[in-house]
Design a protein around this ligand. Sequence first.
Ligand SMILES: Cc1ncc(COP(=O)(O)O)c(C=O)c1O
Length: 412
Amino acid sequence: MMNGVSTVDQKIKHKSIFNKCHQWEEAAQAREAGLYPFFKPIEHNIGTKVVIEGRELLMAGSNNYLGLALDPRVQEAAKTAIDEYGTSCSGSRFMNGTLVLHEALEYELADFVNKESALCFTTGYQTNLGAITAVAGRGDHIISDKYNHASIMDAIFLGTGLHRNIHLHRYKHNDLAELERILKRIPRNTPKLIITDGVFSMEGDIAKLPEIKALADKYNAGLYLDEAHAIGVIGKTGRGTTEYYGDSNLADLVMCTFSKSLGSIGGFIAGDEGIIDYIKHYARPLIFSASIPPANAAAARKSLEILKQEPERVHRLGQIADKMINGFRDLGFNIGTAETPIIPLVIGDTEKTFLFWKALFERGIYVNPVITPAVPPNRSMIRTSFMATHTDAELDMFLEIAEEEAKKLEII
Ligand SMILES: Cc1ncc(COP(=O)(O)O)c(C=O)c1O
């Protein structure tokens, strides 16, 4: 041992594969400047408030849109499932990891989104990875909105590796003319899949789904819809983008996570029975990873039940979205095309974004700064997101503090 560092540690440090790690300084520099916003441990979670570094902050950066992650009924359902099934399934869905509970949840989810069948995965990320790589094979074309979630892009990368030859096309965000130009170039009978988020996770705007569906039909393309931020959030009863547009048959495949409105973790894909059965047998993230734990499956199931019984939560969330969209816009913030409770405060300059984040943090507001690669360069933003459980007083306080701090930084 030399100065507490063993010679073995030192040798590892000199292996060239690790050079990039040792040379990387960005996070250290940000920490030193007091501008490092990530991985802040939460000491207590009290719904709209959290305790971090011993201070209570207003949470305006959570995806717990309906507040169900802290609902006592959801917590109780999770505890009961642990008593009944234990803490882990200790195996993949394919083998010993399928519970009666998973199948009951799948049945209810399929019914909720008006599809024949549904299949649960352990996370939303794995759902996209598994479903997309199962459906899109060698020689197939995927046409993806440029603002789609990273898990969709990762699925395409994984699929390209697995199948060698998937053709990827990315169209400008919500740009239907470009989507059509791409579709026109691909032979009609060549298999193709259009993928879009329903509600976009950073911009908080909604896909033009009826028009996308019309193009999908015209050019013989399948349509895959990621409803992570839409179910529980839009549509009169929280059924998401299809309900928002009044037609439950707008997408061939509907995907969603449990980690946002459904108070848990996990995800599902829903569609025609034959397609879901195929995904079940070809989705590697389903086959080679342990299944969603009983507590999480039960929590999602209870959240779904509450969502169906209490649509007023979705209604309240909509009111909050309107209030905050108008509030930020009236103050002069650039909120892009936001139309949901995800509202970006687009700043552009990354340093200013971190300074604004810090100012809000010090004034007792928790929000998420988002920089490239999560958003395009020069589109650094503060991503705000709201919950049905926020009170008007909390929201007014946030607007007041945001105005004061943004003016100091000349953001507005
Ligand atoms: C649009 C979208 N799809 C998929 C995912 C992945 O879901 P999960 O976090 O539940 O794995 C997310 C999560 O951030 C998301 O925003």
